[in-house]
Design a protein. Structure first.
Length: 324
């Protein structure tokens, strides 16, 4: 009887075991504050904030399985972070580096805010990333894509992605006030809410004019709209359109994606060296044709555009004074 009374008294005095969600209040609050900082102050894209949230949630679940609870951010040690990294064996190196970078940014933010005294994820050993030669589209493949784009909106989308290197979300977000047809320029708002000016080729300008005359009436100020509903499309819709064009052109099984088009776009824009006149003329599609040349350091064949034209601006003398 005495033993049962003592056990009953000890059970009443000892606190009830807390669940992982109750113990993780400090960690969850820190994660919420960090994600709000990325989205509101750093102006990160929603996809990046979502990916960081998933990484931190996976780290939280790992702590629950290993420790049986979610420690406060100030209690997390470097061995725990390394042990989490060992669980990622088999993932791609870029994925592991991104997850480590997320933790390092998270604890660095908490350290700046005074919630942690150190960063347990700082300067972790990162896996090496193999660097392969970029895959580019050939002139024949580009012509196949253009032939598959039978409507003005599809043709404009292919020309725009090939010649400017825009991301899918950037192409979908283009509005009419960002287009300067007179000076052959496009103002793009990209990642981090940063703006940049992109040159437009003569074919793209002509395709824009043809598309604007072809598309139906709409109240939207976006360039690309749905022909059925008259509403602007998004990046996912651009991806589906491109995938359909690749299938129609017979290129779906060759591993070609929108990201592979960036190499072609970089070559086209590198070939454009406008003269310093009032109205520079961008090159046409044929002027940025591909040429092959052997690489001096290896046996690979590099693809490049013809050499740019010489700038007509008179060279100015240097303002630096000689020390003699």
């Amino acid at each position: 009887m005495v033993t049962q009374a003592r056990e009953k008294q000890e059970s009443e005095e000892s606190p009830a075991p807390q669940t992982a969600g109750e113990e993780g209040g400090a960690f969850d609050a820190a994660v919420g504050e960090f994600l709000a900082y990325l989205q509101g102050y750093r102006q990160y894209s929603p996809w990046t904030v979502r990916a960081y949230g998933i990484d931190l949630r996976e780290f939280r679940e790992f702590l629950v399985k290993q420790e049986g609870r979610v420690p406060a951010p100030s209690e997390i040690t470097r061995p725990q972070v390394v042990a989490w990294g060992l669980r990622m064996t088999g993932m791609k190196p870029l994925t592991i580096r991104r997850k480590y970078g997320c933790l390092s940014s998270f604890f660095g933010f908490l350290q700046d805010m005074g919630h942690c005294h150190s960063n347990p994820a700082r300067r972790l050993p990162l896996p090496k990333v193999s660097r392969n030669l970029p895959t580019v589209l050939s002139a024949e493949q580009m012509q196949q894509l253009l032939a598959a784009a039978q409507t003005p909106d599809r043709r404009l989308l292919v020309l725009l992605l090939l010649s400017t290197g825009l991301r899918r979300s950037e192409a979908a977000a283009i509005t009419l006030d960002q287009i300067d047809l007179e000076h052959h320029q496009l103002r793009v708002r990209g990642k981090g809410n940063k703006e940049r000016m992109v040159p437009l080729t003569a074919e793209v300008v002509a395709a824009i004019q043809e598309y604007l005359a072809w598309r139906g009436p709409t109240q939207s100020d976006h360039l690309f709209i749905s022909q059925m509903w008259g509403q602007p499309i998004n990046g996912a819709r651009v991806h589906r359109i491109v995938r359909g064009l690749l299938e129609r052109a017979g290129l779906a099984d060759q591993g070609i994606t929108v990201h592979k088009w960036l190499s072609r776009a970089a070559t086209a824009m590198a070939a454009w060296r406008p003269s310093h006149s009032a109205t520079p003329s961008p090159p046409t599609w044929s002027e940025t044709a591909w040429t092959s040349r052997p690489c001096r350091s290896c046996s690979a064949t590099l693809i490049s555009a013809p050499p740019p034209s010489t700038c007509t601006q008179t060279a100015r003398p240097s303002k630096r004074r000689s020390r003699g």
